[in-house]
Design a protein. Structure first.
Length: 252
């Protein structure tokens, strides 16, 4: 078997084993294709599998490991992986492949048949495994390369590797939407004076006994006799109020 090509006419028995080389260049092209992955090929690989001929259908089972090198997304350390890949695929001749509508009926809803998910077609007498191998490599490699699952990563302030120990930096994340409000509150605290815990109102303050004190009355003089008299009161001696006699005069 060369270049991941299986000759269907050469398959004479069930589970006929076969092997194929996966060069480093082939793996690198798979990883660098659009959209590129975050890994590079770390060497070549060896594919082992078995093929079973069922009439004109061919069942192919393969397994291999993909050597990968990359960078941890958290601590940025280099890492090396040997990602195992297994593939089971049924190949049918292109002239016998049916459209999804023919498989399910014209009146059925949808066009996806789960039984055909691992089925592919081939033309002529040769089966090219490269597209299926390329697909399985991309499906099996991890989306986020990590050196280990509990990797702590780097400190966002000083850049120290937290896997080697804590750096002591304050890594509290403040929502930027509230940062401006926090600054305003700090400025307000600096400008305001201290307020006592129990504040007394003016009415309560004026009701204290310290404000209970005697006041001297406003005393005037009678225009008739000159005796002291309180405002709006008749003179107790002569009995006049605003030039009128309102009560009898006091006897001497």
């Amino acid at each position: 078997m060369n270049d991941l090509i299986i000759n269907v006419d050469a398959l004479a028995e069930a589970n006929q084993p076969f092997e194929a080389d996966l060069p480093r260049e082939f793996i690198e092209r798979v990883l660098r294709a659009e959209p590129p992955t975050e890994f590079q090929a770390d060497g070549a690989s060896r594919l082992q599998g078995a093929a079973t001929k069922m009439g004109r259908k061919v069942l192919v089972r393969t397994k291999f490991k993909v050597p990968l090198t990359g960078q941890c997304r958290r601590c940025l350390k280099p890492l090396h992986l040997d990602e195992p890949v297994e593939m089971v695929r049924t190949y049918v001749p292109s002239d016998r492949a049916h459209a999804p509508s023919e498989q399910k009926g014209a009146g059925s809803e949808g066009s996806f048949d789960p039984q055909l998910a691992d089925e592919d077609t081939y033309a002529g007498k040769e089966i090219d495994l490269k597209p299926a191998v390329r697909e399985q490599i991309l499906l099996q490699i991890p989306s986020s390369p990590l050196c280990r699952e509990d990797c702590l990563g780097l400190c966002p302030k000083c850049g120290k590797d937290l896997n080697e120990g804590d750096c002591g930096c304050d890594r509290t994340v403040i929502d930027p939407r509230w940062a401006a409000l926090k600054r305003i509150q700090l400025d307000k605290k600096e400008k305001l004076m201290g307020v006592p815990k129990k504040r007394t109102s003016r009415q309560k303050r004026d009701q204290r006994r310290a404000h209970w004190k005697a006041t001297a009355p406003n005393v005037g003089t009678c225009p008739n006799c000159g005796e002291p008299v309180l405002p709006h009161r008749a003179c107790p001696k002569c009995g006049q109020y605003r030039g009128k006699q309102v009560q009898p005069a006091a006897e001497d």
